[in-house]
Design a protein around this ligand. Sequence first.
Ligand SMILES: NC(=O)c1ccc[n+]([C@@H]2O[C@H](COP(=O)([O-])OP(=O)(O)OC[C@H]3O[C@@H](n4cnc5c(N)ncnc54)[C@H](O)[C@@H]3O)[C@@H](O)[C@H]2O)c1
Length: 258
Amino acid sequence: MNRFSGKVALVTGGASGIGAAIAARLAGEGAKVLIADRNAPAATSGAIRYVETDATKADDVSAAVAVALDGWGRLDILVNNAGIGAYGETPDMDEALWDQVFAVNIRAIYLFCRAAIPALRETGGTIVNIASISGLFGDYGMAAYNASKGAVVNYTRSLALECVRHGIRVNALCPGLVETALSAPGLEQPGDRAHWQERIPMGRPARPDEMAAVAAFLASDDASYMTGSIVTADGGITAHTGQPNIIARRQMREAAAE
Ligand SMILES: NC(=O)c1ccc[n+]([C@@H]2O[C@H](COP(=O)([O-])OP(=O)(O)OC[C@H]3O[C@@H](n4cnc5c(N)ncnc54)[C@H](O)[C@@H]3O)[C@@H](O)[C@H]2O)c1
């Protein structure tokens, strides 16, 4: 597939994890990609460039959009992927950490959209926001993350409405557990991985390239009738009410009795 030939994309947080996989996928399908990250990616190329950016700083954000426009003359795709996690219950949550989670996970999206939408109007471009299933439901000990990702989900809908008359589509991807640096702390203690996997109907975390495939679909003309959509890719986690698997428990009892 070469769905992005002649197109220019900007991927925030594209130096690692899901963002790096999205940058590689878009470039692999013909796009020129600018990674805007506070850290440098492992490699750049003719098709993938890098600009050091703190996505929470308005000046950095405007400068990053200008680098894409100065370098390649247009902007077709904005992927708002930069994000951070934070564990902690509310009474123990440090105010500065709460603010930083909101600054990266939602304020940065507003800043990038504000800076990029004028250029996206010129191309009839598209925005893909990387939210999370944690923006759809609650998790234990992840209040700041849950609240910030919930904001991404509803901001996506609102942005879709304000952008529709300019021919700009705006959608969000809600990944489940993806194997990256961000999810690593939740998987590193003995037994944690098995505990996670029991809760994922597909029985495993996703690879970043599996998220990139969905993000690329949303960014492509294959999704031409989609805007304001909140798309989950979570191995079935959110298909589940949380109630026990009665049939599996019955089968276990029967097997034990044999
Ligand atoms: N990994 C998962 O299980 C998972 C699940 C659901 C959603 N997500 C979301 O996917 C996105 C990517 O996460 P990931 O798992 O690839 O994490 P990651 O830590 O591998 O990558 C995040 C990237 O964002 C960059 N970044 C962080 N703060 C920044 C800032 N202020 N300015 C610029 N860049 C900044 C980091 O340098 C890093 O390259 C995040 O929005 C995350 O919330 C991840």
